[in-house]
Structures are given as C-alpha cells and as structure tokens.
Design a protein around this ligand. Structure first.
Ligand code: 5GP
Length: 190
C-alpha cells in the first residue's frame, strides 16, 4: 500500500533494529483517512473468505480493524489484555507474551462473542514474533471457530511471526513489509 509506505518513510521512527514507532498516524494520533484506506485494502483482499467477524487486540489494532469491519459490514470484537486469569467459565483465555512490554498478559474473549460457525478475520497493527496472533488462534480453535485470515498493517518480515503463522496454514495479508530496521533506517521488502 503506497500511501502507507510513504507515511512510514516520512514519519516512522526506527528506535533500533527491532522496534518502529509510528505514533503520528497509527499508535498515538490516528489518521482516520489513512485507516479508512487500510480498511478498504483488507476488505478487498478478504472479500471471498466468507468472514463473519473481525477480531483485534486492544488497543492499537482497533483503528484499522474498525475501519475494515465498517466497510465489510461486520461486528468488531476487541480481545482484552487482562493482568490475571478469570476463573469463571464465561471467557476464553490464553497467556501471550507482549513484544513491546516484554511481559505476559491474559488475552481474554467473552464466550458470548464467538460461535462455532464463525470465520474470523484478525487485524492487528504490527506483526513481529506472531505471539499475539498465535494467542488469538488458540482462542478461536478452543471455541471451535475458524481463523480465516490475518490482516496486518505493518509486518516486520525479518522477525519470525509470518513464518510461524504460514507454517500453521494461515492466510496473511500485510500492507507494508519491512525487510530491515536500524536507527533512522527503514527498508521495505519490495
Ligand atoms: P507479536 O505478537 O507479533 O510478537 O507482536 C505484535 C504486537 O506487538 C502488536 O500487537 C504491536 O502492538 C506490538 N508491536 C510489535 N512490534 C512493534 C513495533 O515495532 N512497533 C510498535 N509500535 N508495536 C509493535
């Protein structure tokens, strides 16, 4: 997605070889027009997948996921990050390691918002090691539903997330794929 790559080049800030900050249009201030265009790309790519629900993880995935859900005319479900396990039987939970915070959290979804017939599109802002997406995949599997696609705004292709998810057979569509990061350097795959 050309306009997204342009914004990454102009406004992205590589902190080091591993982390990219895009606070001016995605993670702190949100450019709603750009996110609407992001939503259009996801809708077009996944339109034949029979998607019934859009999932994301709080909080930075919400803007792109909401724009995709709006254009696909589907409900958006935001999975929560809890500090501790909830022992009642009303939720699905799985432990996920946070890439940016280097801590664990309990990814949580109410059983009310998923059913066996659901075909889920997961949308997230970044793909790094694939921990968050694999957590969502575990919850969807436990619910007996299907993870039918993964839409990523910015993929760091030099980290192992894509490979891990591809090996599980998931269809991943990333709008910008980064080959290399370094202090103030961003190189795309294509
Ligand atoms: P993963 O679970 O694939 O290891 O990491 C993905 C999650 O970590 C995303 O939901 C995102 O919030 C966060 N993340 C990973 N890498 C970056 C990064 O370079 N920049 C920012 N802003 N967030 C990141």
């Amino acid at each position: 997605m050309k306009s997204l790559k342009k914004r990454i080049i102009e406004e992205g800030h590589a902190l080091n070889k591993d982390v990219l900050k895009v606070d001016s249009f995605l993670n702190h201030q949100v450019d709603a027009n750009l996110m609407y265009e992001v939503g259009t790309y996801f809708k077009d790519y996944f339109k034949e997948h029979g998607i019934t629900k859009v999932f994301t993880i709080e909080s930075s995935g919400i803007a792109p996921a909401a724009m995709a859900a709006l254009q696909m005319d589907l409900k958006l479900i935001i999975l929560k990050k809890q500090n501790s396990k909830i022992l009642k039987g009303e939720v699905y939970q799985t432990t996920v390691h946070s890439f940016t915070k280097d801590t664990d959290y309990e990814l949580t979804l109410s059983k009310k918002y998923i059913g066996k017939d659901d075909k889920v599109l997961l949308i997230d802002d970044f793909l790094a090691n694939g921990e968050a997406a694999m957590g969502v995949a575990r919850i969807i599997e436990e619910a007996g539903a299907k993870l039918s696609g993964i839409g990523i705004v910015i993929e760091k292709s030099f980290q192992p997330g894509r490979k891990i998810l591809e090996n599980k057979g998931y269809d991943i569509y990333s709008l910008a794929r980064i080959a290399r990061l370094d202090k103030n350097v961003v190189e795309f795959l294509d």
